[in-house]
Design a binder for this molecule. Structure first.
Ligand code: MTE
Ligand code: MO
Length: 575
């Protein structure tokens, strides 16, 4: 209000104490990052205060200078490929980038797993990745800004930006399953680096390694129907980080990919892709030779791992390619691939985790064994939950390829208060990888004791490679806090573990436990509830949050007195 002074906070007299102001919160485990590590192997016990591995503010300018002219060293590799720096062909260039990044330290990024998650959108800014790009300079200098521009141009204005850079975003719950085919602007995005902007006329794809005749293809070559038959396929792409937030909420871990996005249920989307089978290209190159058994797929952007610069590399086995389950796609829902989804050409691997569906594809190399590049060999691994941080080796993790069966409730949300007539309307999705599909979705309103199945007519169409969206009016008689649970049975009769803990893993991957939400049930088929709601409405009293006292008590003093006149008293006399 104009002219009015902001009210001063109430004066709290200074208390003399040894406690810190947030002592109680810390003691209650609400700020885990502030706790010391307790070392009981010494007597007396020692307390170790964890420090950030690289304190900020160190910079060896001379060493960085000695590396050379960054503009020239880290220049655009090919005309018309904005943001593309080639790393894999130039080990010396990689070494120089590493020298630059290890000759300085970068500000630590806040730990959101053991502290509160910021209430902002973007939720996390990704300052570390931005700083590494700027430190390398050259072609990478403008990548963080240019990528964000692309996000704003191509994505829906209601996307939830979990990580600004590298961009990771998902649609809000109300839009995740609004349509069984996800509109392009609402399809989730997961990036490990910037968004290369590639001129399709300057683009080419190299196929080399253990093939009889290495070749280079233009987009026109690949789209030439007289050479390669085209395929149209509806495909669900799911990130193995989907629903990670439930694992984080239970225990912090280390998403083993560096840009950990606190994904909810929206890191999944379904689209119609047009492309060709990769198998045809391999055949066109004369087939695999000399023990070639895996195809290494190269994405054009720069990814940083352990202060090393690289391109985005993963691999798929030939058996998957041979089954025509690896597509090279240039169209998404009848439109050219959006830039953010890999324009001009991306891989779409049917039934595998999203990580294998490489965007901005520029090279395919036939190799003998699965790729040793970090995304394939050090990340997207599934660890046993009792192998501790200090015992965990990449070779101990199961490589995540086919996604297991999973499902999620998109409506209502946890902590919703719902007034209903004995049935609560719920909506959501169900998916299974590897060519299996959701056969039955079941919901429970009592925490997973009794299960009601979603009527088949309330499920979207079946497809080998797609999710099914669903809707159910879930019977619920009781009032108060209830737990709604959802699980799916797939075509191989696989189902979901019932608790997060039973499938919690250090890498925070594949949260496929039955999805649980707590909601407060107000059942209007109960006469007293109905009467009470009618009374509040008549008195024009708006409903308060469930935890607040009611303005109008449910009984007057007279009513209480009258009751006791007719009933046995609360206290008992001798019989
Ligand atoms: N080149 C490249 N391809 C990539 C990625 C990436 O960071 N770079 N991310 C992968 C991961 S982890 C997922 S889940 C999917 C997401 O695809 P989308 O962004 O089109 O939804 O892309 C995959 N392909
Ligand atoms: Mo992913």
């Amino acid at each position: 209000m104009p002219g009015r002074k902001a009210s001063k906070p109430k004066n709290i007299t200074a208390i003399e104490t040894n406690n810190r102001p947030d002592e109680w919160r810390i003691e209650q485990g609400m700020a885990g990052a502030k706790l010391p590590i307790i070392d009981q192997t010494h007597k007396p016990t020692t307390f170790i205060h964890p420090v950030d591995p690289s304190p900020p503010g160190i910079k060896d300018a001379e060493a960085i200078e000695a590396v050379g002219d960054r503009k020239k060293l880290f220049a655009r590799e090919i005309k018309g490929w904005e943001g593309y720096v080639e790393w894999e062909n130039y080990p010396e260039k990689k070494a120089k980038a590493h020298k630059i990044l290890t000759s300085q330290t970068f500000p630590p990024i806040p730990d959101y797993m053991t502290g509160p998650i910021p209430g902002t959108n973007p939720v996390l800014p990704g300052e570390d990745f931005k700083a590494w790009h700027r430190a390398i300079g050259g072609e990478l200098t403008d990548v963080p800004d240019s990528s964000w521009d692309t996000v704003l141009k191509e994505k829906h204005k209601d996307m939830l930006h979990l990580l600004q850079f590298p961009y990771n975003g998902e649609p809000p719950k109300r839009l995740v399953t609004a349509k069984s085919i996800t509109p392009n602007p609402l399809h989730f995005v997961r990036n490990h680096g910037g968004i290369p902007l590639i001129d399709k006329d300057k683009w080419s794809l190299t196929l080399d390694g253990l093939v009889a005749n290495p070749k280079k293809y233009t987009l026109d070559d690949i789209m030439d129907e007289s050479r390669f038959p085209q395929i149209e396929e509806y495909v669900t792409i799911q990130c193995s980080g989907t629903r990670r937030i439930e694992q984080i909420a239970l225990y912090g871990g280390q998403g083993d990919e560096v840009p950990q996005a606190p994904w909810a249920e929206g890191a999944i989307g379904t689209a119609k892709y047009r492309g060709i089978s990769l198998k045809k290209l391999i055949k066109d190159c004369g087939g695999l030779i000399n023990g070639g058994k895996h195809l290494e797929l190269y994405g054009a952007e720069t990814y940083f791992k352990d202060l090393n610069a690289m391109n985005y590399l993963v691999s798929v086995p030939w058996s998957k390619v041979k089954a025509n389950e690896v597509l090279l796609a240039w169209e998404m829902n009848d439109e050219p691939l959006p830039k953010i989804h890999g324009f001009p050409l991306r891989v779409v691997v049917l039934g595998y985790i999203g990580a294998r569906s490489v965007k901005w594809l520029y090279r395919i190399k036939a190799i003998e064994n699965p790729s040793i590049a970090p995304v394939q060999s050090r990340e997207y691994l599934y660890f046993n939950q009792q192998v501790g941080k200090h015992n965990q080796r990449p070779t101990d993790g199961i490589q995540i390829q086919e996604m297991p069966v999973s499902s999620a409730i998109m409506s209502p949300w946890s902590k919703h208060v719902i007034i209903h007539n004995g049935k609560i309307n719920c909506k959501g999705w169900a998916y299974s990888g590897g060519g299996r599909w959701p056969e039955r979705v079941e919901l429970s309103a009592d925490g997973g004791f009794s299960w009601y199945e979603v009527p088949q007519e309330n499920m979207s169409k079946k497809g080998r490679w797609t999710w099914r969206t669903w809707e159910i009016d879930l019977p619920c008689d009781v009032e108060g806090w209830i737990e709604i649970v959802c699980r799916c049975w797939d075509s191989a009769l696989n189902t979901q573990p019932l608790t997060v803990r039973s499938a919690w893993n250090w890498g925070l991957h594949v949260t496929h436990s039955a999805h649980r939400i707590s909601v407060y049930s107000i059942n209007k088929t109960r006469p007293r509830t109905k009467e009470r709601l009618a009374l509040l409405e008549k008195l024009n009293i708006p409903l308060a949050p469930i935890t607040r006292y009611e303005v109008v008590p449910t009984m007057t003093d007279q009513e209480i007195e009258k009751y006791w006149e007719k009933h046995e008293p609360r206290d008992a006399d001798n019989y």
